[in-house]
Write a protein that binds this ligand. Structure first.
Ligand SMILES: [Fe+2]
Length: 185
């Protein structure tokens, strides 16, 4: 393994470690603002970052090396802005992981290249989810559906059908923010 791929793996490890913390911070903002689905998603993504970080670290042959990289500006503001920051972070990371995969391939480190590409795929999925949240908050449609939309209370599992979730869950009294759209399988 060259110093370049080693440095790339450690950069990815550090990047994911920071992401984990950022997601934790942002989950707190989402909860305060009543977006419980976003809070839970951030916490889930925080665990994903932990897994990514561990996988990158396991591939690094050693950890004592120079790592220099630019991380996008971090601010802890409101959920709408926090989501935009995450999207920027993820977009840069996705580009970097592709570059790192190409470098690893040139060094015949196919396992490393596969790792960068598979985790890149996971990040694309995260970015799409966060982008969809961001768009819904921006156009004020986070709690909008149609008359047949099923809303499930994430606290107690009560299911409500209608355009919008109730202001308060009739089963457990938790506020509207605890409802998310029920996925139909
Ligand atoms: Fe409930």
């Amino acid at each position: 393994m060259t110093d370049l791929t080693l440095s790339n793996l450690l950069q990815a490890f550090i990047y994911e470690s920071i992401n984990r913390l950022i997601y934790d911070f942002y989950s707190g903002n989402a909860k305060k603002e009543g977006y419980i689905e976003i809070e839970k998603t951030f916490l889930e993504f925080s665990d994903y970052s932990r897994s990514h970080a561990k996988n990158f670290l396991k591939l690094a042959e050693k950890t004592e090396t120079e790592v220099s990289f630019k991380y996008p500006e971090i601010k802890i503001t409101n959920t709408s802005e926090n989501l935009k920051i995450c999207i920027k972070i993820l977009s840069e990371q996705i580009n970097n992981y592709e570059k790192f995969a190409v470098t690893a391939e040139k060094e015949n480190l196919n396992m490393v290249a596969v790792k960068f590409r598979t985790i890149k795929r996971a990040l694309i999925n995260q970015m799409e989810t966060l982008n969809s949240f961001m768009l819904k908050i921006t156009d004020n449609s986070f709690f909008e559906g149609d008359k047949n939309t099923l809303w499930i209370c994430m606290k107690c599992g009560y299911v409500y059908e209608g355009e919008r979730p109730p202001e308060k869950c009739p089963a457990c009294d938790h506020p509207k923010g605890y409802f998310r759209k029920k996925q139909i399988f």
